[in-house]
Design a protein around this ligand. Structure first.
Ligand SMILES: [Zn+2]
Length: 312
């Protein structure tokens, strides 16, 4: 197949994809674009970043670690407490499906805040991540077992009642393979929880290349509800719940899309109190818009629960 800036081969189904949005600026020395597949509807970053580019993207501190936040003092701790409340609301639909003591695997646990919260809720939590040092930190502080590496290379030797991909699936080179493995790890009636940015959202329509949750080239894939359902159905996963609102990320999408200085990674660099209050204030002001986009089913985020269809 001849590849151009306007057409490409869909990395999921190998059929033809088309240009949706050409980014004007280069990142990591490459000019990327958003393409979408006409057949399976998935959006993807084109060209796909090279291994070298991915290494650069994930070098340094990608997440806000607990130990780093603690060094920042009172304000950081209060923000983290507020974030933990939002995290608890975000994961509530999954928690409601489980009984205490059930097992959960969180894929790509990042900072580990969600895993720590679920562990405190009484679930048996295990995590995966590509960062060995963060896994050690989570194990030491919360006694949570971690597996280092790519989901495709880990031998779990067990099953789980739930698998979580919290803003992770869009980062993976093969989200289909990841979902297939997760589906294979589930106990009967087990569930998969996914949160990803919603490319079919009003926020993307308004902000386009400046949309905070677009994050090209870090995000390799860009899902709509239809694309995610199509991918999940390949592995006998059917949707049992869905929302286009996330307490953790929806309002932040408006605030952080307005200017790069209001993006959390930049706020964490200098901890300017004024900027943090502006950032939080803008999120409060955005709440009516968040309510409206959610009612119309076009919110910034897809939060979805999938269950494996019984084979009998
Ligand atoms: Zn496709």
């Amino acid at each position: 197949m001849t590849l151009s800036r306007k057409t490409s081969q869909c990395p999921v189904c190998r059929r033809t994809g088309h240009l949706i949005l050409d980014l004007q600026d280069e990142s990591y020395g490459t000019r990327f674009a958003l393409h979408a597949c006409t057949a399976c509807k998935v959006g993807y970053t084109y060209p796909c970043p090279t291994d070298e580019e991915l290494r650069k993207i994930y070098s340094g501190e990608y997440w806000a670690r607990e130990t780093t936040l603690e060094k920042r003092g009172g304000l950081a701790r209060r923000i983290q407490s507020f974030n933990n409340i939002r995290l608890a609301m975000m994961i509530r639909p999954l928690v409601n499906k489980l009984d205490p003591g059930m097992s959960i695997l969180e894929v790509g646990c990042g900072s580990g805040h969600l895993a720590a919260y679920l562990s405190k809720c009484g679930f048996e939590v295990e995590v995966t991540d590509i960062d060995e040092s963060i896994l050690e930190e989570i194990d030491t502080r919360h006694a949570i077992k971690g597996y280092c590496g790519d989901l495709t290379q880990i031998d779990f030797m067990r099953n789980y009642h739930a698998v979580i991909f919290n803003n992770v699936l869009e980062h993976l080179p093969s989200p289909g393979r990841a979902l297939e493995i997760a589906a294979g790890l589930l106990h009967e009636n087990g569930v998969i929880f996914i949160e990803v940015p919603n490319i079919n959202s009003y926020q993307f329509k308004v902000f386009k290349a400046h949309w905070f949750h677009l994050v090209i080239p870090q995000h390799l894939y860009h899902f709509s509800a239809e694309a995610l359902d199509t991918l999940a159905s390949r592995f006998s996963l059917h949707r049992i719940w869905q929302s286009t609102f996330s307490p953790k990320t929806s309002a932040a999408g408006y605030a952080a899309s307005l200017s790069p200085v209001l993006q959390p990674a930049n706020l964490r660099k200098n901890w300017s109190k004024a900027m943090i209050f502006i950032y939080l204030g803008l999120q409060v002001m955005a709440l009516p818009l968040v309510g409206l986009e959610t009612v119309l089913g076009r919110g910034a985020v897809l939060r979805v629960l999938y269950q494996k269809k019984r084979t009998d």
